[in-house]
Design a protein around this ligand. Structure first.
Ligand SMILES: Nc1ncnc2c1ncn2[C@@H]1O[C@H](COP(=O)(O)OP(=O)(O)O)[C@@H](O)[C@H]1O
Ligand SMILES: [Mg+2]
Length: 254
């Protein structure tokens, strides 16, 4: 089983001619087959964690390591990260003009599997996955993210997840901007992927509501650039009832 290990991760960004430390020592282990939720207030550094693992050039790692089965993820190119089995869905996905969803998915699948999927079985795979997510078949011919609604972007993200079956998936704010039906469909997709036992998921969010549909194995409270507390699904209930205040005022409660 593949293991993603984040150790003592410190990350800075340059803003207003100053260097600002955003991540202040993140420690986290995610194994294939496990679902982890990272929850925390806005501005606590959750997206910075996702971008740093994705290798976004804006973020400088000043200390610590990220490894997948002992291999240094931070040294890998974007392609190598995909080939190693990592899927990183970002909070603000980019438009890819002139590339259809269908072609984009096949290119991604080729990058991850190391060979192009056979066309006949591939078309069927895509069709089934889209039906599971209650997506209009015409969606496959649209250009990636061009004019996608919030809900379509998120469904597209889960569609990729179901088709690519990465070893480790990082989903940032997958639930933001979804109505209740879309939230349920997206959650069911995440649950199907979890049930396969093949995917380790790191679900980043500041809402607790998605956890009514997805039961994570582990919940981590993120505050002030690090994990302030870890627990099981019951920690999400506590957060829903009490909010993040205990973590933002002078650090973590014991
Ligand atoms: N590219 C960037 N440039 C400048 N500041 C940034 C950048 N990315 C993040 N930050 C700052 O880092 C902090 C954490 O942001 P972020 O990681 O987006 O938090 P979250 O996802 O938890 O809401 C914020 O104060 C934000 O303004
Ligand atoms: Mg964010």
């Amino acid at each position: 089983m593949a293991t993603l290990e984040i150790r003592d991760l410190h990350v800075t960004v340059e803003a207003d001619n100053a260097t600002k430390e955003i991540l202040k020592g993140v420690d986290l282990t995610v194994k294939q087959g496990e679902t982890h939720a990272i929850m925390g207030p806005n501005g606590s550094g959750k997206s910075t964690l996702a971008y740093s693992i994705a290798g976004h050039p804006k973020y400088t790692i000043t200390r610590g390591t990220v490894t997948l089965d002992g291999e240094d993820v931070l040294e890998m190119s974007v392609d190598e990260r995909a080939r190693a089995g990592m899927f990183l869905a970002m909070q603000y996905p980019v438009e890819v003009p002139g590339v259809s969803v269908s072609n984009f998915l096949r290119t991604s699948a080729t990058a991850m599997r190391g060979e192009a999927p056979k066309l006949r079985t591939w078309v069927k795979e895509v069709k089934t996955a889209m039906e599971d997510l209650q997506m209009d078949p015409a969606f496959a011919e649209r250009n990636v993210n061009e004019g996608f609604s919030g809900g379509e972007k998120k469904r597209h993200e889960i569609l990729q997840l179901e088709l690519l079956k990465p070893k480790i998936a990082i989903l940032d704010e997958t639930d933001s901007g979804l109505d209740v039906d879309a939230l349920r469909q997206v959650s069911e997709g995440v649950n199907r992927v979890h049930a396969s036992g093949e995917v380790g998921t790191l679900l980043i969010t500041h809402y607790t509501r998605i956890l009514r549909y997805i039961k994570p194995d582990f919940v981590h409270v993120f505050a002030n650039g690090r994990i302030a507390e870890s627990g099981g699904a019951e920690l999400a209930d506590k957060l829903e009832a009490e909010g993040y205040e205990a973590y933002t005022k002078g650090g973590a409660s014991a």
